[in-house]
Design a binder for this molecule. Structure first.
Ligand code: GLY
Length: 280
């Protein structure tokens, strides 16, 4: 059993040691608690559990604390993928919903598995997710000051359970100041992907992540026999060629972890029951 989570890119992590420490402490608490949860749940359930907690923490740009778009509204995106069944489901630009990852999870058994905009929000309401404002005063202040906030944050989790099944989940509040209707990578196979061999969750500039087909490419390479480190490194060489800005966390079926980011500013934590590692 292994679990790795990330809290996205945060520029201020490197300039404000207090915030950086708070994020590291939050990641440590969430990864440890989610590991306990994984002992009695599937990888899929544990990923939803971990991402829910990341969405609930206003320190991270997903769920509560999400970025505000150019028209003053918050629209979030999230997806979850079960490596065992290779089913992925997601919501794109969902509004006023506390936990987009839980809506994505709810969608998994449906034939239509990626919903966007009003359809995603309506699906949430019809399935018991009450309207909930995920705005926090700090984001509104930043928006009013026309600051690009701390952009590029996203949260994610990849886990492998006791039966060797892998799952991946990713949730984001977006870039901030985007044109309404912009599609994030987080509910696409470029930003979140898993199969029986590998699972990957991405953070960074959605446009770069999609241009590089990042998560799907890494998983395909591992599936074809490439070691996880080589698969990530090769994919990041290709990302660099397009001057891309991204970070990934990944686990393969043997429980090997790998993580990388193009600009050394991703916060993440991993735990296997013994060794805890946190960076950011
Ligand atoms: N990676 C999050 C976004 O670009 O929306």
């Amino acid at each position: 059993m292994k679990i790795i989570i990330h809290g996205g890119f945060f520029g201020e992590s490197h300039t404000d040691p207090v915030t950086k420490k708070k994020k590291q402490d939050a990641l440590i608490a969430i990864v440890k608690e989610s590991y306990e949860y994984l002992k009695t749940h599937t990888a899929l359930e544990a990923v939803m559990h971990a991402v829910t907690q990341l969405e609930d923490d206003p320190l991270f740009n997903a769920g509560i604390g999400s970025q505000i778009q150019s028209d003053g509204k918050i629209r979030m995106s999230a997806s979850i993928m079960d490596g065992k069944t290779q089913k992925m489901s997601g919501v794109i630009n969902i509004e006023e919903t506390k936990n987009p990852i839980q809506v994505a999870f709810k969608l998994l058994p449906f034939e239509d598995r990626i919903l966007g905009g009003e359809g995603a929000t309506n699906f949430a309401r019809m399935n018991g997710f009450e309207a909930f404002s995920t705005e926090i005063p700090q984001r509104r202040k930043e928006h009013e000051a026309k600051l690009a906030s701390h952009g590029l944050g996203t949260v994610g989790c990849v886990a492998v359970d006791k039966d060797g099944n892998i799952a991946a989940g990713t949730s984001t509040g977006g870039k901030g100041f985007e044109i309404p209707g912009r599609i994030s990578d987080s509910a696409t196979v470029a930003g979140n992907y898993a199969n029986a061999f590998c699972g990957v969750s991405c953070t960074g500039v959605g446009e770069d992540i999609v241009s590089n087909a990042t998560a799907a490419k890494i998983v395909t390479r591992v599936t074809d026999g490439m070691p996880i480190k080589d698969a990530v490194e090769k994919t990041f060489t290709e990302l660099k060629a397009i001057e891309g800005f991204a970070g990934v966390i990944a686990i393969d079926k043997d429980g090997n972890f790998y993580h990388k980011d193009s600009h050394v500013c991703m916060v993440y934590a991993k735990f296997d029951g013994n060794d805890l590692e946190v960076f950011g």
